[in-house]
Design a protein around this ligand. Structure first.
Ligand SMILES: [Zn+2]
Length: 287
């Protein structure tokens, strides 16, 4: 069973808990950690012979063109993670369109490709702004990976599909939605394969959950961020312990955990997975 591996390529200071703290005009002055942390990931992926999908923040791509070349050169797929990392549910349709076009243009200039996949900042596409998916279709995207079927204080939509599906997004328009993985337990959708959920769980648990998904015929959609691997993260004063824990705990053991996951399971980029499924006449979402 093949699983998919994704990286949301963004700086440490765009995370939701810090979003009120730094204006976008200030970003340029903050210490950049993206190159160190991403090269660490690229080295790990090369060593494990794994290709992933990198959802690129346009703002980052513009400032680190060599890094973009190295990601593409190493054989990874690139997708779009917006230009400014603004929540889609706080934008008008026109603002969303403009931001996405700007990101597509930057990705084209730095990577030489047009992205097929989109991932919204902070999983911020849900039933309230589902128009965003039609905009993505109109801009030429083939798949989206932004709608999290959970309830969380920052994101999520409990009624969203848990499996890879083709969604009608307008008249004769459809888009594939590939949500981050959840396991159905005790009547709830438990997120299992990315971010803090992956970082804070013991390895045996994460491994068991991926096996469980695979047993049900589902690939795990794993997502990580470069800042989760920062062994020397910038110190941030004045944020609460809960938030501090969310961001900094378990960083060291997370390196080892991802490495074990790559050893135990097979991972491919989202685009490759979809291509493989498209060749099969029936049973979309199953392998
Ligand atoms: Zn993000």
């Amino acid at each position: 069973m093949r699983n998919v591996l994704t990286v949301d390529l963004e700086e440490w200071f765009v995370v939701e808990i810090l979003s009120d703290r730094f204006d976008r005009e200030q970003w340029q002055k903050l210490p950049s950690r993206i190159e160190d942390n991403t090269y660490l990931l690229l080295e790990l992926f090369e060593r494990k012979r794994v290709s992933a999908t990198f959802f690129l923040l346009g703002w980052v791509a513009e400032r680190h063109p060599q890094l973009m070349k190295d990601i593409v050169g190493a054989g990874h797929e690139v997708g779009c993670h917006s230009y400014w990392h603004r929540r889609v549910d706080e934008l008008t349709q026109e603002e969303f369109r403009e931001d996405t076009i700007r990101a597509i243009d930057v990705i084209g200039e730095t990577c030489g490709v047009k992205p097929d996949g989109y991932r919204a900042p902070s999983w911020s596409i849900n039933s309230s702004n589902i128009w965003a998916l039609e905009t993505l279709f109109d801009l030429g995207f083939k798949y989206d990976s932004s709608v999290f079927p959970v309830k969380h204080d920052f994101y999520g939509d409990l009624n969203a599909p848990r499996e890879l599906v083709r969604l009608e997004v307008g008249k004769e328009k459809s888009l594939l939605e590939f949500p981050p993985s959840t396991v159905r337990l005790f009547g709830k959708n438990l997120p299992v394969a990315g971010g803090g959920y992956l970082r804070h769980s013991p390895y045996w648990y994460s491994s068991m959950m991926v096996r469980r998904l695979n047993r049900d015929g589902q690939p795990a959609m794993v997502y990580v961020h470069p800042w989760e691997f920062d062994l020397d993260p910038p110190k941030i004063d004045g944020i609460g312990m809960r938030d501090r824990f969310r961001q900094h705990s378990s960083i060291k053991s997370f390196h080892r955990k991802l490495e074990r996951l790559l050893d135990e399971f097979t991972f491919i980029p989202v685009g490759t997975y979809i291509e493989h499924m498209n060749r099969r006449p029936i049973g979309f979402g199953r392998e």
